[in-house]
Design a binder for this molecule. Structure first.
Ligand SMILES: Cc1cc2nc3c(=O)[nH]c(=O)nc-3n(C[C@H](O)[C@H](O)[C@H](O)COP(=O)(O)O)c2cc1C
Length: 195
């Protein structure tokens, strides 16, 4: 498994990173490769709807997203991990997601599917935590992540979202949350063995 893990929290070593680290740890322990990228450390400008990507599926903004486009195409598993900010993903995650519009253009306007450009069948997963436990707390973020994976030409694999996690270190002190993360990692490996 060649997994690209996109970390969307600006809080380094925070709850989302602990969750994602547990999932990644299981994958790596079983021979998978995980490349983690902290979105907050990259220079990624917002999409400006210039329309250039409609011509060839490529974004003309020359920043760190260019390297991510090639990492996205090479990975067979992609994980987006973001805490909930105002019922959505963080700004850092959303800036990244909006820039996948170039991949949407490639897929839907230019009809270039990932198979036609040499990519394997891939799956995408979403990981999240939130302070509260409201019924719809994760709905917006999950929908956004699903559409982003669709633009990347990555099939939706599922989500692990854990409510009631707020203060720095809360996830690491929650045995049930840690166990859920490890189970989720095992689930990814199950997919990896069959594809
Ligand atoms: C700007 C901001 C907005 C937030 N909005 C929500 C929210 O809408 N719902 C919620 O349950 N928690 C919200 N939270 C709490 C975070 O989701 C929570 O603290 C989470 O554990 C942070 O994860 P991290 O350590 O990975 O950054 C918000 C936190 C911040 C800083």
């Amino acid at each position: 498994m060649n997994c690209l893990l996109l970390l969307g929290s600006p809080r380094k070593n925070g709850n989302t990173e602990t969750l994602a680290g547990r999932v990644a740890g299981v994958v790596e322990k079983n021979g998978g490769h995980v490349e983690s990228v902290r979105l907050c450390e990259l220079d990624i400008a917002p999409c400006i709807d210039c329309g250039e990507c409609r011509k060839n599926g490529r974004c003309v903004i020359d920043d760190d997203m260019q390297e991510l486009y090639s990492k996205i195409d090479k990975a067979n598993t992609i994980i987006i991990a973001s805490p909930i900010y105002f019922y959505g993903v963080t700004a850092q995650t959303k800036v990244f997601i909006d820039r996948t519009q170039a991949l949407w253009s490639r897929k839907y306007l230019l009809k270039k599917r990932i198979e036609t450009i040499g990519g394997p069948e891939r799956k995408g997963y979403f990981l999240s935590v939130a302070a509260t436990s409201g019924e719809k707390c994760f709905d917006g973020a999950i929908l956004t992540a699903r559409y982003c994976f669709d633009a990347m030409d990555v099939a939706w694999g599922g989500e692990l979202v854990i409510p009631g996690i707020d203060h720095m270190g809360a996830f690491a002190k929650n045995p049930s949350a840690l166990a859920k993360a490890e189970d989720f990692g095992e689930g990814l490996l199950y997919f990896g063995r069959h594809n």
